[in-house]
Design a protein around this ligand. Structure first.
Ligand SMILES: *Cc1c(COP(=O)(O)O)cnc(C)c1O
Length: 361
């Protein structure tokens, strides 16, 4: 058996060289004579690894000094609820821009703590676009403005941080963090579950502007309070140690590849090639997202005849392409092409799609 090209949306494929390194280190990590999974998170070796991982991430993303980086648990979904608790006073409102399933879920969870105000939504258009910024009904007294920078299910991506004035911008970057350089200073808080474009599940990374940490003001149980986690360097309780370690290995891999500028070039080429193949198929394959906001990470597409879906999935799997089935909400197919997907994988998929269309025309 050999490893296939994995187009899973998450947990997603990891760089093969990182997995090999983890395999080499699995039984004995560093000089510890034990696995990284078997040592104290408060021991010297783990703390040094954790500090290195943070430093590498800071370098990769050029994170300014006045931002804290947290390595927490609970998935992005838990932070849908926890962010409002930390950033809004009880009863205070926050603005949500709804561009797909994930930002919609974020708004729904927020409603347990505050009044989420949907400032704009593209639901009526089947989440195929991002409402024009001029049409967002933002409020000056909002605690924050929330967006999902990439909608993993609908394949819609913000290619720039929207301007929202003085109100802090909060972004769920679960599925496009580290895919290109961004200006962190445009955001109040960035968060991302690891299992899409970073590492294994079980870890959530938050990048939060220091002044916002004061907003929780001791109102929350310590385990929910970002200010406490920041003060404790994300070691308030036992963290997800293996996921933290493996994510650190991915950061080193990214640096060795040439950092986020190089990842952006590769990701742009992969996405451009796949969309060109879809658009150039004479309607055999179709992607319905407005071209300007198409995702570079998740490419949903439908076949001209849904009766072919099952055959496409069966044949693609046999040919060595995993997890191309689209999310049940949108149907059809989806190719997730995160950092770990090599350009050869996308080229091979395009060749398969072309061949499939010829044979099943
Ligand atoms: C996968 C995903 C989530 C949910 O992540 P969990 O770890 O399952 O909570 C949230 N937002 C986006 C954009 C995602 O892609």
């Amino acid at each position: 058996m050999t490893r296939a090209y994995n187009f899973s949306s998450g947990p997603a494929g990891l760089p093969e060289s990182v997995l090999r390194q983890a395999q080499d280190e699995l039984l004995e990590w560093g000089g510890e004579r034990a696995s990284v999974m078997e040592v104290s998170h408060r021991g010297k070796a783990f703390m040094a690894m954790a500090a290195q991982a943070e430093q590498d991430l800071r370098e990769l993303m050029a994170i300014p000094e006045n931002y804290k980086v947290l390595f927490l648990q609970g998935g992005a979904s838990q932070h849908f609820a926890q962010i409002p608790m930390n950033l809004a006073k009880p009863g205070q409102a926050a603005d949500y821009v709804v561009t797909g399933t994930w930002s919609q879920k974020a708004a729904k969870e927020a409603a347990f703590h505050l009044e989420p105000h949907v400032a704009a939504s593209s639901e009526d258009d089947g989440f195929r676009r991002i409402p024009a910024r001029a049409q967002w009904a933002l409020r000056e007294d909002a605690a924050f403005v929330h967006v999902a920078s990439n909608e993993t299910i609908h394949g819609v991506e913000f290619h720039e941080a929207p301007e929202v004035g003085a109100v802090p911008l909060v972004a769920d970057m679960s599925s496009n963090i580290l895919s290109r350089p961004i200006d962190v200073s445009k955001y109040g808080l960035i968060y991302a579950g690891a299992q899409k474009n970073i590492g294994p599940s079980g870890l959530v990374i938050l990048i939060v502007r220091e002044d916002l940490l004061a907003r929780s003001a001791g109102r929350l149980p310590r385990i929910l309070d970002y200010a406490v986690h920041a003060a404790e360097q994300s070691l308030l309780n036992t963290p997800s140690t293996f996921a933290w370690y493996l994510s650190g290995r991915v950061f080193q891999w990214l640096k060795a590849q040439g950092g986020l500028e190089e990842m952006a070039r590769r990701n742009d080429r992969k996405a451009a090639a796949l969309y060109a193949a879809i658009d150039g198929s004479g309607g055999y394959y179709r992607n319905q997202v407005e071209v300007a906001v198409r995702s570079r990470m998740n490419v949903p597409f439908v076949l001209h005849d849904a009766a072919l879906d099952a055959i496409f999935l069966e044949e693609s799997r046999a040919a060595g392409f995993l997890a191309l089935k689209g999310h049940r909400i949108v149907g059809g197919m989806r190719a997730s092409i995160y950092n770990a997907m090599p350009e050869e994988g996308v080229a091979a998929l395009i060749a398969f799609m072309h061949d499939f269309a010829t044979r099943h025309g």
